[in-house]
Design a protein around this ligand. Structure first.
Ligand code: DGL
Length: 257
């Protein structure tokens, strides 16, 4: 099946997820839907996020996508249940903060979970947190951080991190990147928290999960795919923003692939 896999986020953050997927599914085609027009999702009401995601999934299905990946922790936390109930005939794979990975691999160590306010306050995340709590965890709602990453302003990013992560410097060993935008600024986070930290994000396990599901359902693309197609769509109304985002998207995607 050479129909594309549809992936969406509130902006370019989900490229960090797509990159892991492309590594293990290089023969597939992809449509990446970067919903800049509605960025950020993190501070929106649940009903608003559900409505936005519903429209996106509908569009991706109209584009003949064979599976959907929600490459946004906030959208996953708020809308995945609704979307799976509504679109029963298409696999919908949703990212979540990699807190279980800490439980499995680094339980003893002090942990910081960075995510949007929406994710941290969500029922879905709270169930995960209660189940795998290592009792040495700080939850940090990073209000506004995804927007700054989206803008690409490095000075603003550094100032934000110094102001908000300073109190955790040298006190933290595990950092859960619970928003798909945050892996884009790993280096800067390390500068604020110290070199000893270990990062956890959900992209690699999501990619494996997606592959298993497509294998199970016999939906993988078996044909040779010399010209792998990765289409980038950005919903911003401003052309220069769309062009800039597209450039950053492909640069990040191609780097080290
Ligand atoms: N990238 C999204 C996430 O993983 C959030 C960004 C936003 O607030 O829109 O949660």
């Amino acid at each position: 099946m050479d129909e594309p896999i549809g992936i969406f986020d509130s902006g370019i953050g989900g490229v960090t997820v797509l990159k892991e997927i492309v590594k293990i599914l290089p023969k597939e085609n992809y449509i990446y839907y970067s919903d800049s027009a509605n960025n950020p999702y993190g501070d929106k009401k649940d009903s608003e996020i559900i409505e936005i995601c519903d429209k996106i999934v509908n569009k991706l299905i109209n584009e003949k996508c064979k599976a959907i990946v929600i490459a946004c922790n906030t959208a996953s936390a708020k809308a995945s249940k609704y979307l799976r109930e509504k679109y029963k005939n298409i696999p919908i794979i949703a990212i979540e903060p990699a807190y279980k990975m800490v439980y499995d691999n680094s339980y003893e160590k002090p942990t910081l979970v960075m995510a949007t306010k929406g994710t941290i306050e969500s029922e879905k995340f709270n169930l995960l947190f209660k189940k795998y709590n290592n009792h040495k965890t700080y939850l940090l709602p990073c209000i506004g951080l995804a927007d700054i990453i989206e803008s690409g302003d490095t000075n603003k990013i550094k100032n934000y991190l110094n102001k908000n992560l300073g109190i955790y410097k040298n006190r933290i060993e595990n950092v859960v990147l619970g928003c798909t935008h945050y892996p884009l600024i790993k280096k800067e986070i390390m500068q604020s928290l110290g070199d000893e930290i270990q990062f956890f994000d959900g992209a690699t396990s999501l990619a494996r999960h997606l592959k298993n599901i497509l294998e199970e359902k016999e939906m993988l693309n078996k044909k040779k795919n010399k010209n792998q197609n990765i289409i980038f769509i950005d919903t911003s109304t401003k052309k220069d923003i769309r062009v800039l985002k597209e450039k950053r998207f492909y640069e990040y995607l191609k780097k080290d692939l």
